[in-house]
Design a protein around this ligand. Structure first.
Ligand code: GLY
Length: 383
């Protein structure tokens, strides 16, 4: 990446979208530091939009990697030894998660350990590499046949999925699963993991992406029984699918053109359905609560997709990304000096975690923060 690209990424990509990316990133980083002081050794999951107080988990649920990832983005940006120490300590606490039977180990070990590098952490680098190896090895061991000659990593039985999770393919963690297995396979000399990354990406493309570019959040490969509700109207699932296909196009050696075409197709459907703005929690409820976290995943993904392309298409997706980031920053990111009852500075509010159970439907979500900060700081993280 050239200096010029970096400069543009920090403003608005030259798109005229009109936001100050540097100031927004700085605000978010201050929020990350305050959150770290507040949560101690626990993992933040979602925060009250008015008070900014976090609901936390002890082990990180499916989102521990996003918290470690936010600390890693912060440390890489500031170079501050205290930020680095917190990031490495949090990555270390993820290690025990290798034993959990869940495809979200991909998220835990990709965003929380493998993605990006922390300058000046020679002592910790080997430990982080070993964490990545353990996470990838455990994830790879969960592989199963998809019934048509391929293989995939199922949701797994943890996180409440039970037996059914062991034969279900989910799109949410797929980008991370593919990235982690491809990267760790290359770094640790395990070509079988790279092949598995490709097989998983192929399974997602085969079972979770329709010819018209709709993403199905889950599928049951090789199961003749009906798939059940797959949430084709769920914008966040659609964004996770775009991320998976874009990652496949960027990080697999072959057959990348198939994935690139599908990444573009699903992204075009996203832009059509959302009009390029922050989506509602469901495509079927256009005036319902927004889900900024879906917008942040899509925006960061479109920047990565643009970087994979040349010419007018690269410009088109990059502009769409910056327009969406502008909306997130201008309309949903807390500003300094808030009035009473206003969200805290640097908090991305208006995320919708789970409408079905009424959980955190208008809140700051840790993964929404992660993807917005990653987008604002691009090209710092790779993959
Ligand atoms: N299960 C991941 C999500 O809610 O997006």
């Amino acid at each position: 990446m050239t200096h010029e690209n970096h400069h543009h990424a920090m403003t608005d990509g030259g798109s005229g979208a009109g936001y100050d990316g540097r100031a927004a990133a700085d605000r978010m980083i201050e929020r990350v530091r305050r959150t770290a002081d507040e949560v101690g050794e626990r993992f933040p999951l979602y925060a009250d939009p008015a008070t900014g107080v976090w609901t936390t988990t002890r082990r990180g649920s499916w989102t521990g990697g996003f918290w470690a990832g936010l600390l890693r983005l912060t440390a890489a940006r500031t170079g501050d030894p205290a930020d680095r120490a917190r990031a490495t300590a949090t990555t270390r606490r993820l290690r025990e998660r290798a034993a959990d039977d869940t495809d979200t180990r991909g998220m835990t070990f990709w965003y929380g350990a493998a993605r990006g590098t922390l300058p000046g952490e020679p002592a910790e680098a080997a430990e982080t590499a070993e964490t990545v190896r353990e996470g990838a090895a455990a994830l790879a061991a969960a592989r199963r046949p998809d019934g048509s000659g391929g293989e995939y990593i199922p949701l797994g039985s943890a996180l409440g999925h039970g037996e059914r999770g062991t034969t279900t393919l989910g799109v949410d963690a797929a980008a991370a699963v593919i990235s982690l297995l491809a990267r760790a396979g290359r770094t640790h000399g395990e070509p079988g993991w790279e092949k598995l990354a490709e097989a998983h990406a192929t399974a997602v493309l085969t079972h979770c992406v329709t010819p018209d570019g709709t993403v199905l959040a889950t599928a049951r490969p090789g199961d003749p029984a009906p798939a059940g509700p797959a949430h084709p109207g769920w914008p966040r699932g659609h964004a996770w699918g775009m991320a998976a296909l874009t990652t496949a196009a960027r990080s697999l050696r072959s057959p990348a053109p198939v994935f690139l075409e599908a990444a573009r197709r699903t992204t075009d459907v996203w832009l059509e359905r959302t009009g390029g703005t922050v989506p509602p929690w469901s495509f079927d409820d256009p005036t319902g609560p927004r889900d900024t976290s879906a917008g942040a995943i899509a925006a960061e993904t479109m920047l990565r997709l643009a970087d994979t392309l040349d010419g007018p298409d690269a410009v088109r997706y990059r502009r769409a990304a910056h327009r969406l980031i502008a909306r997130l920053v201008e309309d949903h990111l807390g500003r300094p000096g808030p009035a009473e009852g206003a969200p805290p500075a640097g908090a991305l509010r208006d995320g919708c975690y789970d409408m079905a159970t009424g959980t955190a439907v208008a809140h700051e979500l840790i993964w929404g923060d992660y993807f917005l900060l990653a987008a604002l700081l691009r090209p710092a993280p790779t993959g």
